[in-house]
Design a protein around this ligand. Structure first.
Ligand code: CA
Length: 230
């Protein structure tokens, strides 16, 4: 069951849709204007918003932008226009999916469940990992070091992210190859060492003078905040 907020002004659509979605086990609240919908979305914190684009007081796309500025709740847009420009526009404006009118409750229900599977908890806790001055954000795949962005390749990001999930612990090269590269450990493989040395350089340190990345010879590598010295 999910808590849905339906923002739709057309009673002929809203009433049967609410009934059908409730029959499918959802808790459904409804709003008939953009402004009451925005308020309900923020106050009631539904799991998912179904947004009609043609609302009496404000264009649905405008509402979507306003909602996106303050909330990450999943949104499915209901549009009357089945053309690519329109669909691209609503997805770009932050919609998670769309349905084209007329649509059935079964279709909306299936799309709602798919969207909810992809985004468990509309306002999930911030997954950013923080190790000392290092911030690793898996959503944007961005890394900052003492507030300054660090440009990493996708593989370097995955490697750093994996290490940042277990700060202070030694992670073996075997595990890194399996988890980050998804290839079996070959013993003499230098892949991990090479990527670690690139990562070190980007973090402004070296194996001789490590700050965050500490090699444990013959075992693996440990990520930890720099030790305060002096
Ligand atoms: Ca409408």
């Amino acid at each position: 069951m999910a808590r849905l907020l339906l923002i739709e002004d057309d009673l002929a659509i809203r009433t049967p849709l609410i009934r059908a979605l409730r029959e499918r086990g959802h808790a459904v609240a409804a709003a008939s204007t953009a402004m009451t919908g925005l308020r309900d979305a923020l106050e009631d914190r539904p799991d998912l918003v179904v947004l009609d684009l043609g609302l009496p007081d404000l264009d649905g796309r405008e509402l979507l932008r306003m909602l996106r500025a303050v909330s990450s709740v999943p949104v499915i847009v209901a549009t009357a226009r089945d053309d690519e420009t329109e669909i691209v526009r609503v997805l770009d404006a932050g919609a998670d999916d769309y349905v084209v009118k007329p649509f059935t409750a079964a279709q909306l229900d299936a799309r709602a469940r798919a969207v909810l599977r992809r985004s468990p908890g509309g306002d999930a806790p911030d997954p950013t990992l923080v190790v000392g001055g290092l911030r690793v954000d898996p959503r944007s795949r961005q890394v900052t070091l003492d507030g300054a962005p660090v440009e990493l390749t996708p593989r370097e990001f995955d490697l750093l992210h994996h290490l940042a999930t277990r700060p202070g612990q030694v992670v073996t090269k075997r595990e890194l190859l399996t988890e980050v590269w998804q290839i079996p450990y070959g013993g003499a493989d230098k892949t991990v060492d090479v990527h670690l040395s690139w990562l070190r350089r980007k973090l402004g340190e070296s194996a001789q003078e490590p700050r965050y990345l500490h090699t444990v010879r013959g075992v693996g590598v440990r990520l930890e905040p720099p030790q305060a010295t002096g």
